[in-house]
Write a protein that binds this ligand. Structure first.
Ligand SMILES: *Cc1c(COP(=O)(O)O)cnc(C)c1O
Length: 365
């Protein structure tokens, strides 16, 4: 069996350092808002070229607090791609604002900038742009459009830490960027955790308050806040992993290149990589019109796969928009995409086996 992902391999390789990090936190007995979290915030902000990092409880909370700190609320519209993880849009609803979906580009699943332009209205308050699968969206064009209209940009960078657009890290382009450290993300915690990045002092100060009960210090609660902090245990573990992130990203990119060579010429859509983008392959998703049959054939051959995602966001029961003509590319993607195993510890021999299994499976369809 070749698993779709195997986190045990990663943790085995750095077990000593992870245990030492946990012991350090236990010994200090500072568990919430302490030096590990502050160090992680500074390290990630520096990587993305912004001045502030603010650790929170999850990537979802990062999005929710980002929108709240930008003043998004009832009566506002927020534009977001129709093909993403649900949190890119559900967090808009949580603020009381209305999500306005736009279709995506078929090659990279980035939001379609022309569709974005058409969707802008006087009520548009923000754009949540998603760097899906680890491939950057055309963030320069999104930011230029937004700036011209006085609209805020939130980068959903949950899947794209380490990716660049025009050699500049994603997460440093918009007003705010949101990271997720969900365990399977490229930089994954051992539990839930997330972080916001911003160059804006006002947003940083507001998020620091919102994550901690609207407190300005010493039990002085000036507004309705939340309880959403990145704890010291997770921060300490993440700092150990962050030291490996570049090597892990290189390993993912090598695997992706290997798949491209081995799968070339097959009747299968391979992931696009824009000339200006550095893709970090959080997911290596191929496309095939008979996706479910392909996944079944691969399972029979002992290869684990996953579908990200089986429905476009507006088509989720939560939103209930079944009109496929509105977002044809998102609907087509949701029927065709299939993520192959692509994690840093996957061996070349295993990647070769996956590719051979894909070849066999396609012949069986
Ligand atoms: C994982 C993810 C999130 C949410 O992050 P959590 O840490 O799971 O809350 C948001 N957006 C995208 C695109 C994601 O992949």
């Amino acid at each position: 069996m070749i698993p779709f992902i195997d986190l045990a391999r990663q943790h085995e390789s750095i077990k000593g350092e992870l245990m030492a990090a946990l012991e350090g936190v236990l010994r200090s007995s500072r568990f919430i808002l302490g030096p590990e979290g502050e160090a992680l915030e500074a390290e990630l902000a520096a990587r993305c070229g912004v001045r502030h990092g603010i650790g929170v409880g999850s990537g979802t909370d990062a999005l929710r607090l980002a929108l709240a700190a930008l003043g998004v609320g009832p009566g506002d519209e927020v534009i977001t791609p129709a093909f993403s993880f649900v949190a890119s849009a559900s967090t808009i609803v949580m603020t009381g604002a209305t999500p306005v979906f736009v279709d995506v580009e078929p090659a990279t699943f980035a939001l379609d900038v022309e569709a974005l332009e058409r969707a802008l209205t006087p009520r548009t308050r923000a754009i949540v742009v998603v760097h899906l699968y680890g491939h950057p969206a055309p963030i320069d064009r999104v930011v230029a459009l937004a700036r011209a209209r006085g609209v805020a940009v939130v980068e959903d960078t949950a899947q794209a830490i380490g990716a660049t657009w025009d050699k500049r890290p994603v997460g440093g382009w918009g007003d705010v960027a949101c990271l997720s450290f969900y365990p399977t993300k490229n930089l994954g915690a051992c539990g839930d955790a997330g972080l916001l990045l911003t160059d804006r002092d006002d947003v940083a100060a507001h998020v620091r308050r919102l994550r901690h009960h609207g407190d300005t210090g010493r039990y002085h609660h000036v507004e309705l806040g939340y309880c959403s902090r990145l704890d010291e245990m997770q921060a300490a573990l993440l700092r150990v992993k962050l030291r490996r992130l570049d090597a892990w990203t290189d390993a993912r990119r090598r695997l992706a290149a290997r798949y491209r060579t081995l799968l070339a010429g097959l009747p299968l859509g391979l992931p696009g990589e824009h000339a200006r983008a550095r893709h970090i392959y959080h997911l290596f998703s191929v496309r095939h019109p008979q996706r479910d049959a392909l996944a079944k054939a691969l399972a029979d051959l002992g290869v684990g796969t996953a579908v990200h995602y089986p429905l476009p966001v507006p088509g989720q029961p939560l939103f209930g928009d079944k009109d496929e003509r509105r977002f044809p590319e998102a609907w087509r993607a949701s029927r065709e995409v299939l993520s192959l195993p692509c994690f840093p510890e996957l061996t070349d021999a295993e990647a070769d086996e996956v590719a051979a299994a894909v070849r066999t499976a396609l012949e069986r369809l």
